[in-house]
Design a protein around this ligand. Structure first.
Ligand code: AKB
Length: 313
């Protein structure tokens, strides 16, 4: 029987992934944890307030709950990381090392840790970016994700830890808000339109970025984690793609339902981060290894969010 610990369960991805894991393994086998107090969306789960930087406290939670798998989602994202690079590096790296080391010592069955398209940089070919290509990240978040990928591959090769990872594009969901990313505009705009407010976008209108709708991100994560071990040929982190769009294309998609939406563009420091990331991602390896296929397009996502977001606002 599997007992799962989700670290960073109160965040944008965590709240939805914890629910999905509860459906798969049943809620009593999933322990939600976060440095913040319990998110009301996690009311149906056992909750541990936990600072993953405290290796001893982490080991105690794992031991007392007989945890067999960890999903470690806590991280400082790209835009927020630039405000305090030392802190972002420290949190993103030390927390991962605490988890990997515990997985080695306790022989945990599986570990999940998200990487990001932020591992790519200005010299990476921007269109249809391949799994294996130039990587020169220039945000501290991207640098920590690239180093983290190497640590994951190292723990797998050297100690046999079954750690798996995806390079998420920008994740868009309606159930919770993102915090501190460069792709956050694509969530904020939906809140503005439903409040009938104008939107000022912090990226320029033609900035194409890889994005993914949350149900596809959850599906990709669960598919990867359930794939037989011998199918996992990438032990750093898999490229996965949903779709790519520019702010202008997202606005046009929303305007099919809300023609009165007004947007202006005031690019800030996040523009430079976005410009260093790919426009689109090649995920052939994920398709080949564990049959990855996204379900949503830009327009089907837009429609789904506009229908469902009002219940969460
Ligand atoms: C961010 O914008 O920092 C994240 C990411 C792409 O990893 N959403």
């Amino acid at each position: 029987m599997e007992k799962i610990l989700v670290i960073g369960a109160g965040g944008q991805l965590g709240t939805e992934l914890t629910s999905a894991l509860g459906e798969l393994f049943s809620n009593e086998n999933v322990i939600a944890s976060d440095i913040s107090k319990q998110n009301p969306a996690l009311a149906d789960f056992s909750f541990q307030q936990l600072d993953v930087m405290d290796a001893k406290a982490l080991a105690e939670v794992v031991e007392s709950n007989q945890i067999t798998q960890i999903y470690h989602l806590a991280a400082i994202l790209s835009a927020k990381g630039e405000a305090n690079p030392q802190q972002a590096w420290h949190l993103n790296m030390t927390s991962l090392l605490n988890v990997l080391e515990l997985a080695r010592v306790k022989q945990l069955r599986k570990v999940y840790w998200p990487s990001s398209i932020a591992v790519f940089g200005p010299s990476t070919p921007a269109d249809n970016t391949l799994q294996d290509t130039v990587m020169d990240p220039n945000t501290i978040y991207g640098i920590s994700k690239q180093a983290g990928e190497r640590w994951c591959a190292y723990y797998h090769t050297k100690y046999g830890v079954d750690v798996r990872s995806l390079r998420y594009p920008g994740l868009i969901g309606y159930k919770s808000l993102p915090g501190g990313g460069t792709t956050d505009y694509a969530v904020e705009i939906f809140h503005k339109v439903l409040k009938k407010e104008d939107f000022t976008c912090f990226l320029s209108e033609n900035t194409a970025l890889p994005m993914m709708y949350m149900p596809d991100a959850i599906k990709a994560t669960l598919n990867l984690m359930q794939a037989p071990e011998e199918k996992i040929s990438v032990r750093s982190s898999y490229n996965v793609a949903g779709f790519s769009f520019t702010p202008k294309e997202l606005v046009a998609s929303i305007q099919k339902f809300h023609p009165d939406l007004k947007v202006d563009y005031a690019p800030d420091f996040r523009q430079q981060i976005a410009d260093s990331w790919p426009n689109s991602i090649n995920d052939d390896q994920a398709k080949k290894d564990w049959n990855w296929q996204p379900d949503f397009t830009l327009d089907t996502m837009t429609q789904d969010i506009l229908e469902n977001l009002p219940d969460y606002m």
